[in-house]
Design a protein around this ligand. Sequence first.
Ligand SMILES: NC(=O)c1ccc[n+]([C@@H]2O[C@H](COP(=O)([O-])OP(=O)(O)OC[C@H]3O[C@@H](n4cnc5c(N)ncnc54)[C@H](OP(=O)(O)O)[C@@H]3O)[C@@H](O)[C@H]2O)c1
Length: 424
Amino acid sequence: MLSTEIPWETQLGRKRWRRPPWEKEMETTNVGEDGDDEKGMVLFKRECNDKDCKLGQNNPTGMEFKDHRELRLIHIIGRNGQYGLWSLKNTLLYYIRLPCTLNLHTEFTNKTHRELRMKLKVLIIGGTGYIGKRLVKASLQQGHETYVLQRSDIGGDVEKVQMLLSFKKQGARLLIGSFNDHRSLVEAVKQVDIVICTISGGHQLLLQLKLVVAIKEAGNIKRFLPSEFGANPARMGDAMEQGRAIFDDKMVVRKAIEDAGIPFTYVSANCFAGIFVGGLCQVGHFLPSRESVVLYGDGNQKAVFMDEDDVAAYTIRTIDDPRTVNKTVYLRPPANILSQREVVGIWEKLIGKELKKSSLSEQNILNIMKEKDLAEQGVWSHFYHFFYQGCLANFEIEDDAEEAFLLYPDIKYTKMEDYLKQYL
Ligand SMILES: NC(=O)c1ccc[n+]([C@@H]2O[C@H](COP(=O)([O-])OP(=O)(O)OC[C@H]3O[C@@H](n4cnc5c(N)ncnc54)[C@H](OP(=O)(O)O)[C@@H]3O)[C@@H](O)[C@H]2O)c1
């Protein structure tokens, strides 16, 4: 049973708020005037100091608590129902819509919590892509009503058609539309709350400008996550010419979003492990050698590696999180900040064998690049920035950005040792 001798406080700096219906049952402090805030939601916070608190033992967050008193329950009372917000210390974890009236004696299980979390309508554009298909899965897994754009121009790509059908089997809905048909984009966007775009970084990024116009016109989107998911383009202004286009295009899209006043989250996902770790960080290699490896310089510059499913899980968690609105969220879990040499060391330990190592000097990589075609030069230039300059990990996360590992400590992210075990 929760103690009733717990003070209520205003939360998140809201000034005007309502009393919770059970407030009279409690000894309260800091209870303000009745009132509505602009969004029809009011927040209250309560810290649990009761040693018999059942929430600590049977908490809805899926997290393990050393001390149940770390858990805080924040209730949000809204005009149209009730909302709950759970947090650990000062970190907000969950934002859930409660279908029932929460009372002091409500007990939650993980299952009820999953059912209670606010369900959003999420549209994924580029859903058949490398990261897009994982986002579809994560959105479904996290209980959101998930929509996938079925581009009317995918033509005869039977693999894509099959994948779209498999999404449908898993519970997603397909919305037909095309970047060449403005109305179809507006109609698709109107049906959802959140839009996540993962279209190809190749040459398609600027297509998103059409999407921005559609989202602006539709006027209902609570959050737009454009196709980012790599190095933060805002930090890549000095990137080499050959690989700059992708960062420049992402910045053009950012500007359009911000000019249009659309709420956004930019996910900086660093290195997808399948592309980088699988081949021990060597350009064009996706399987780890058991014989040899070429190190970039001394191989000691740190980068950040992410299991693609974790990228998707973190990304979906951001979409209804008030802390991530209009922010960049970095995916940078501490155990995955590794140098190429460390990645190689993990693999060597797994196979029980030392690889033959050679080193590619900075000058050599620049010479190699010159012989490549333009698209390949772009890829090599990214590797150059990541593994010679360490541009993914050589800075502190900006004050106005967030780090997903800190926001969602309950996500058990995949460490690269476990990732590499797949290749054994
Ligand atoms: N961090 C990393 O290591 C890393 C690695 C790769 C990519 N990325 C970034 O992740 C994002 C997504 O890349 P990805 O590799 O997942 O992309 P991808 O698999 O190459 O393509 C994603 C989707 O874009 C859509 N698309 C392709 N051509 C299109 C066109 N002409 N018109 C409209 N839609 C088109 C397709 O979706 P539909 O057919 O389903 O519509 C396609 O499946 C990019 O921003 C990229 O820069 C990051």
